[in-house]
Design a protein around this ligand. Structure first.
Ligand code: C5P
Length: 212
């Protein structure tokens, strides 16, 4: 089984994907880490993430697992990731890895922005996870505070809106809900009920029912 989870930053999609994978015994890929890894390599090489040649070279030389996830979490890397992710040749260089991950037994849950639309258009189940920008900014702020990083809600909201605009506005593989994806709005849901709702969607699709 392949489950595609797409949605904007801090919508809850990463946690939902991880927990769905554990629930169904599937492998999990956070595809954002691939773009973050490319961005990190560009920055480490002393180049600008907007430098197309540097970004494409980094994507073609990409090795999964080169950086631990903890080294890729910062908002500077997130911003650079959304810049390199807008370059078509960067996306192209990362497609084969993601498709082969999806095809490997026993199947996978992959989360990102274009999983249901580009990477795995034939996924068994597609879920588009969303929440209002204000709620996503509130969650991101709590996360930053938990890591002891100072920030304020207005700045976090501005970052989230800028990243949303870049991800939905780019010409190639923009963030959008696939026509056959099921919408899961987590604005008023804590993580446990959100995971439950995602499992309910998967179960309904597998049973051939229309999700509630
Ligand atoms: O999901 P995460 O916040 O880690 O993603 C970082 C950035 O990588 C996103 O803002 C987006 O620009 C890019 N991305 C993408 N396609 C994916 C996953 C992430 O363009 N499938």
């Amino acid at each position: 089984m392949i489950i595609a989870i797409d949605g904007p930053a801090a919508s809850g999609k990463g946690t939902i994907a991880k927990r769905l994978a554990a629930h169904y015994g599937l492998r999990h890929l956070d595809s954002g880490l691939l773009y973050r890894g490319v961005a990190k390599a560009v920055i480490e090489g002393g180049r600008d993430p907007a430098d197309r040649d540097a970004a494409v070279a980094a994507a073609r030389a990409f090795e999964p697992g080169r950086y631990p996830a903890s080294a890729l979490k910062g908002d500077d890397v997130a911003k650079a990731a959304s810049q390199v992710a807008a370059i078509p040749q960067v996306r192209e260089a990362l497609i084969a890895f993601q498709r082969s991950f999806a095809r490997t037994r026993p199947g996978a849950v992959i989360d990102g922005r274009d999983i249901g639309t580009v990477i795995a258009p034939d996924a068994d189940v597609k879920i588009f996870v969303t929440a209002t920008p204000e709620e996503r900014a509130r969650r991101r702020l709590l996360e930053l505070q938990g890591r002891g990083e100072a920030s304020d809600e207005a700045a976090v909201l501005a970052d989230i809106l800028a990243r949303d605009a870049r991800d939905t506005g780019r010409a190639v593989a923009p963030l959008r809900q696939a026509p056959d994806a099921h919408l899961l709005d987590t604005t008023h849901l804590a993580i446990d009920p959100a995971v439950r709702a995602a499992i309910d969607i998967v179960e309904a699709v597998r049973a051939g029912r229309k999700p509630a």
